[in-house]
Design a protein around this ligand. Structure first.
Ligand SMILES: [Ca+2]
Length: 466
């Protein structure tokens, strides 16, 4: 058959498409039918009977509850605060107590209207867990000298302590002198024990915080790490507990830090890895990743870690984006530092936060009113079928394994037993495996199975066959 001739324009278009980097991630509406105003946090709530998110709408001062009912996403109000509403202020962070189901305790960070304060507050939900009960205790309240650089994320570490980051006070060029001042809570990552209040405060200081024994009594015992400019969004890796901070830079460089106990990340002596104001000291920790201001890239927005499918090339990657360029970065570290960084796509709208849920969906809030929440999508971003934090699942299953159809079952699967049954999600025995290393044949459809050793008291495993 004679091939049709390709004209020169078609040829050029073909070559352009072939040579342009293909976006590795695309985007979809995470909650079809719902719209939100200036979303700064999308937090999945622990211990809930159905999958539930708390979405913070910054200037509305709103905690919105998002749940799926009969296949339809619904939105209702948990609580509406009166907050400051200039650009960087508002309702900025939320974290749920690790045992939220029983304690009903949650924590928020917001800015007050009028005389500007940065407030971290403990609140309580009612028995429904999705309505505020009207009980509040202030943990931290700082008079804030300027309405920018307020940090904002809150989160609980695997150690059960509450972490909170606040920016350098604001203005520009560290004008309030907080960056390297350990007698101020501005420009710091704090670590608080919310279960053991002490010294007349509604929180305690963990005994292993880095400066609890500092000779200077004015050095703040709350400090976990220091030298930040505006740690607007940050997150924990749900698997290894790494604390990733996206710290917004001044005029030249944006940075990502992996935060260690007692470490100094350098602001304002450093901006990114470079000397800025004053002396760059060898004790100051350079970022694990940074990028220069160019091509509209001016303000880093984090931060979410993908821990869905262990076979994915993005497993363990941190995702961040830029407020003005909308480009999405995937960043991976190794034991010594940055292993790789790449741009993997471009958002369809101006971002204000990226968050991961318990199944490693990467969600993006948009800095405008009446917007969807986006979800990063693509063949390498499948959500985990197992909630990484779900206490219930961890209690019921020994572990989760992934296997491709046609592959050999992972070593050790039988744990010394001679057979195992695979039960599908309808409760039907899909297969009985009887050899030590059976091949997962075509008779077993891709899906999620409970794998159990007959007669064994051992916890069953979850097996995901792709
Ligand atoms: Ca401020």
């Amino acid at each position: 058959m004679k091939r049709p001739k390709m004209n020169i324009l078609a040829c050029l278009a073909f070559l352009a498409a072939w040579s342009a980097p293909l976006a590795q991630v695309t985007f979809k509406d995470a909650f079809p039918g719902l719209k939100f105003d200036r979303v700064v946090c999308i937090a999945e709530m622990p211990g809930m009977a159905v999958k539930t998110y708390a979405v913070l709408e910054q200037h509305q001062g709103m905690i919105s509850i998002v749940q799926q009912k009969s296949g339809v996403w619904t939105k209702q109000t948990m609580y509406k605060f009166t907050v400051a509403t200039s650009n960087e202020t508002g309702l900025l962070g939320i974290a749920f107590h690790p045992d939220y189901k029983n304690t009903r305790r949650y924590f928020i960070y917001y800015n007050t209207p009028g005389a500007l304060k940065d407030v971290i507050e403990e609140r309580e939900a009612d028995a429904t867990l999705i309505k505020d009960a009207g009980k509040a205790k202030v943990l931290i309240s700082l008079d804030d000298p300027a309405d920018n650089h307020n940090g904002g994320s809150l989160g609980f570490g695997k150690d059960g302590y509450l972490y909170a980051a606040i920016g350098d006070g604001g203005g520009q060029n560290n004008q309030f002198g907080n960056g390297q001042n350990r007698k101020a809570l501005f420009a710091k990552m704090m670590r608080l024990d919310v279960d053991k209040p002490a010294n007349g405060k509604n929180y305690g200081i963990p005994a292993d915080n880095p400066f609890v024994n500092d000779a200077d009594p004015d050095v703040k015992r709350e400090i976990w790490a220091w030298g930040f400019r505006n740690p607007w969004r940050w997150t924990f890796d749900p698997v290894n507990g790494d604390l990733w901070v996206a710290d917004v830079g001044q005029n030249a460089t944006e940075e990502v830090d992996i935060v260690a106990k007692g470490a100094n990340y350098g602001w304002p002596n450093m901006e990114g890895p470079d000397q800025y104001i004053g002396t760059k000291d060898a004790s100051m920790i350079p970022p694990v990743f940074s990028y220069s201001h160019s091509s509209n890239r001016t303000c880093i927005i984090g931060a979410a870690v993908y821990r869905g499918d262990p076979a994915s090339k993005f497993y363990g990657n941190l995702f961040v984006t830029d407020e003005n360029a909308w480009v999405v970065y995937a960043i991976k570290k190794n034991a010594t530092g940055l292993a790789s960084s790449q741009t993997v796509g471009n958002l369809p709208a101006k971002p204000s936060t990226m968050n991961h849920d318990f199944e490693s969906r990467i969600l993006v809030g948009i800095e405008a009113n009446a917007q969807p929440i986006y979800q990063l999508d693509g063949p390498d971003l499948n959500p985990s079928p197992v909630s990484l934090f779900s206490r219930e699942l961890k209690e019921r299953f020994a572990r989760t394994r992934f296997a491709a159809r046609g592959s050999v079952l992972p070593a050790g699967f039988f744990a010394g037993a001679s057979s195992a049954t695979l039960v599908d999600m309808n409760g039907t025995v899909a297969a009985t495996l009887t050899s030590r290393n059976p091949v997962l044949g075509d008779g077993i459809q891709p899906g999620l199975y409970v794998a159990r050793i007959p007669g064994s008291a051992a916890k069953p495993e979850l097996l995901v066959i792709r």
